[in-house]
Structures are given as structure tokens and as C-alpha cells.
Design a protein around this ligand. Structure first.
Ligand code: C5P
Length: 407
């Protein structure tokens, strides 16, 4: 299952470093490609020879392979090579430096240039673990999209008993396996997502738009892919980078184009998420030529755009799940619930406008997920990636509910 998957394993200075050797052995057995980077402090616990032998690749310990010959380790290339970067064990020191962007060793430098998902498996004494600075670093790293493979309770090297033990190599191996071969109920499900703004033409050079960036929709698309779904993304004009090798993207400009593309794929979609900020109106007439400046006032007559979510709500079968978004300024919950019913959604994600950092353009969001009966979950302000994960986990529950109600 892990055949050919490229895994960069970072090892830091902790007694748990010896367990990383067992993880490497498991990964190699599963036919993954593994490259190991060791921090200077880790060398007190494990040797490069052990890791080179087990990983079948030279273990990397320094910025240079042969300094006198000017032969250096290309950390950017390493960062691009990896499908997954896992730092296990991750010491409190390395976690703090990762959070600060400090790059004083080859592991940290590679971390800064990695484009793949980065996970950490912390290992430290229980008081270091609960120390306020470490706790802050955990939260901050998570907000930046780093996955924390939380430590377990147990006997620690200090002789104390508490939280701080690195997860066992077998556990780490199964999380990696699950990532590449997800076991989720969403595996192979067709997920259709509308995202971004729409642009409604006034003339060949002007349009009516809005401030949506598409960040939330792209984060959702990535999260569903991570859970093994087949994702199609109908995306309005957006400058957000999308991994088009994993996600089928249809670029659209106007609400009408978005409706057409959504309609084309809706009947084969198991789950459809309407996260686009669709313009409610468009100019009734689109001028063929650039409109010249003449009078002191100018009027544009607008006509109503189709409501994509409502139209798909009418076409929805009992097996399909539709999830919408709502951005309300007053009577938030009540209005969101009304929208849920009017558009035949199975659930609606209510964006909070009350909090700085939530909504359009921000990297963070704070939402309430509302189902037909109640608020299922209200999140803290967190990264859009983590909000996306919450929505995906909630969708798993909805799929399970649908399955058990049809039994
Ligand atoms: O009615 P309102 O625009 O607040 O509804 C928001 C929800 O409906 C979002 O899920 C949005 O993507 C969807 N919508 C749509 N087509 C429109 C307007 C909104 O799909 N024309």
C-alpha cells in the first residue's frame, strides 16, 4: 500500500529516537521510500549508519555532504521530493523552533521548504509537555496545518509517569498507512464542491465581483482528497493554488457557468458542498464594447442569478447529501436554519462574522455546523484547513446516518 510513497523522517534528540529505527524498518517493509534527517542532538541516541542501513538511503545529518568539496544537501529538493514529512520523535526544542521558523539545522531548514503535509510525534517529559510555552507551540503549529500525533500517557524515561511518550512505531506506521490508503467511509465517494466568487460581466473589461478568495473551498477539496474521496471543484476566479493532479478543477467565471458545470456533475455526486459566494444578481445586458464614460451618473439594471444550491436541492435524491454555507449578520442561527430548509440542505455551515479573523480572505475561520435538528458543533477560531477537517468528519457522520437509515 505504501509502495513508492516518499517519506521524509526527521529524528530529533530524544530517547524515543531508537523507536524511529523500528518505524523505518516497517516503512521499508511496506515498500515506501524513506530518507532520514537527523538533528545534531539525535546523534547521541542513534547513529547515521543504523538509519542509512535501514532506510537504504544515506542518512542526512548536516547541510554538507562533503564541505571541503562544496557538496551540500539540497533541502529544497528534499522538501519537494517528499509525499509526507514526519518528525518522530519531535522534541520540545524542535517544535518551538518549527513554530518560530528557526532553521539552524538541516531538519528545520527542510521543514521550512517542505510543501507536503508535515506531522510531528512529540516525545518529552510530562512537565515539558504541559509547560505553557510547549502548549502554545502545539496550538500554533496546528493552526499552521501541522498534524500533531499526540503523545500517549505512560512511563517516561525520567521514571515519572504521565503524558509525553511518543506513539509506538506500530501506531505511527498505521497512521501513515491510513493517510495513504484511507479507511474512511468517504473513500471513493464523489464529492462536488463549488468555491470562490463569481464575476458577472458588465462589458468586456468590467465585472461585478465579491471578496471571496476560494480558500475555504480549496481547503475542503484538499481535506476530502485526504480522506480518499474523488473531488471535483467548480471554482470561480481565484488565485489560490490547487493541486490539479489530485482534484479535478473546472474554472468558471459567472454564476450561469457555475450552475452549468455543477448541473453536469451533480447527478453522479454523492456529496455536494456549496461554498461558493455566488453573485445574487448580474447585469441584465452585457455591453459588447467597453462602456464609454459620458453622463455623470450611470445605471446598470441587474437581474437575478439562478440559485445553484436551490436548484440542486430540487434535483437531490434521498441518497445524496448537500451541504451549504451561510453568512448572516442578524438572527444568524434562525436564518441559517431557514436557508437549510429552503435549499434542501442536509446541513449548513454558519460562518461567524462577529470574529476578527473569520470569513472572507482570512486564513482562519470560525463556524457552527448546523444540521436539521440542532447545532452539531461550534468551532474555535482555527485554520481553514482544520475547519475543513471538522466539516469532513461531520460529513462522515452524515453518510453513516444515511446508510443506517436505509437499512
Ligand atoms: O442565500 P445565500 O446566498 O445566503 O445562500 C448561501 C448558500 O447558497 C451557499 O451555500 C452558497 O454557495 C449557495 N448559493 C448558490 N447560488 C446562489 C446563491 C447562493 O449556490 N446563487
Amino acid at each position: 500500500m505504501l509502495k513508492g510513497k516518499k517519506i521524509l523522517l526527521g529524528i530529533t534528540g530524544s530517547i524515543a529516537a531508537y523507536k524511529a529505527t523500528l518505524l523505518v524498518r516497517e516503512l521499508i517493509k511496506a515498500e515506501a521510500e524513506v530518507k532520514v534527517i537527523l538533528t545534531p542532538a539525535s546523534l547521541d541516541f542513534v547513529t547515521p549508519v543504523t538509519l542509512s542501513t535501514l532506510s537504504r538511503n544515506p542518512a542526512i545529518t548536516d547541510f554538507y555532504i562533503e564541505k571541503s568539496a562544496g557538496e551540500w544537501v539540497n533541502h529544497v529538493e528534499l522538501g519537494l521530493w517528499a509525499d509526507l514529512m514526519l518528525i518522530a520523535p519531535a522534541s520540545a526544542n524542535t517544535l518551538a523552533k518549527m513554530n518560530q521558523g528557526i532553521s539552524d539545522n538541516i531538519l528545520l531548514t527542510t521543514f521550512l521548504s517542505a510543501r507536503c503535509p508535515v506531522w510531528v510525534a512529540p516525545a518529552m517529559d510530562l512537565d515539558m509537555y504541559t509547560n505553557a510555552s510547549t502548549a502554545e507551540n502545539f496550538v500554533a503549529l496546528e493552526t499552521k496545518g501541522i498534524r500533531i500525533l499526540d503523545s500517549a500517557e505512560g512511563e517516561l524515561a525520567s521514571g515519572l509517569v504521565g503524558k509525553g511518550r511518543m506513539q509506538e512505531p506500530e501506531q505511527l506506521f498505521s497512521v501513515v498507512q491510513e493517510f495513504f490508503e484511507p479507511n474512511s467511509i468517504l473513500k471513493d465517494k464523489n464529492v462536488l464542491i463549488t468555491a470562490g466568487p463569481t464575476q458577472e460581466n458588465i462589458d468586456p473589461v468590467r465585472y461585478i465581483g465579491n471578496r471571496s478568495t476560494g480558500k475555504m473551498g480549496v481547503a475542503l477539496a484538499n481535506a476530502f482528497v485526504e480522506y480518499g474521496a474523488e473531488v471535483q471543484l467548480v471554482l470561480g476566479p481565484s488565485s489560490i493554488e490547487v493541486d490539479r493532479t489530485q482534484i479535478e478543477v473546472f474554472d468558471v467565471k459567472t454564476a450561469i457557468e457555475m450552475l452549468e458545470k455543477t448541473k453536469e456533475f451533480f447527478s453522479s455526486s454523492d456529496i455536494t458542498i456549496f461554498s461558493a459566494a455566488v453573485a445574487d444578481y448580474r447585469p441584465k445586458m452585457v455591453a459588447d464594447q467597453k462602456i464609454k464614460k459620458s453622463d455623470s451618473e450611470m445605471n446598470i439594471t441587474l437581474t437575478k442569478n439562478p440559485d445553484i444550491a436551490s436548484e440542486m436541492g430540487r434535483l437531490k435524491s434521498s441518497k445524496q447529501i448537500n451541504i451549504g454555507f451561510a453568512l448572516e449578520t442578524d438572527n444568524e442561527l434562525e436564518n441559517a436554519k431557514k436557508k437549510l430548509i429552503a435549499k434542501n440542505f442536509d446541513a449548513i455551515v454558519l460562518n461567524s462574522l462577529q470574529d476578527a479573523g473569520a470569513g472572507f480572505g482570512h486564513d482562519t475561520n470560525k463556524v457552527s455546523i448546523v444540521s436539521k435538528n440542532n447545532i452539531v458543533e461550534s468551532t474555535e477560531l482555527m485554520s481553514k484547513q482544520n475547519v475543513a477537517k471538522k466539516i469532513v468528519n461531520f460529513t462522515e457522520d452524515l453518510v453513516n446516518e444515511k446508510i443506517s437509515s436505509t437499512l
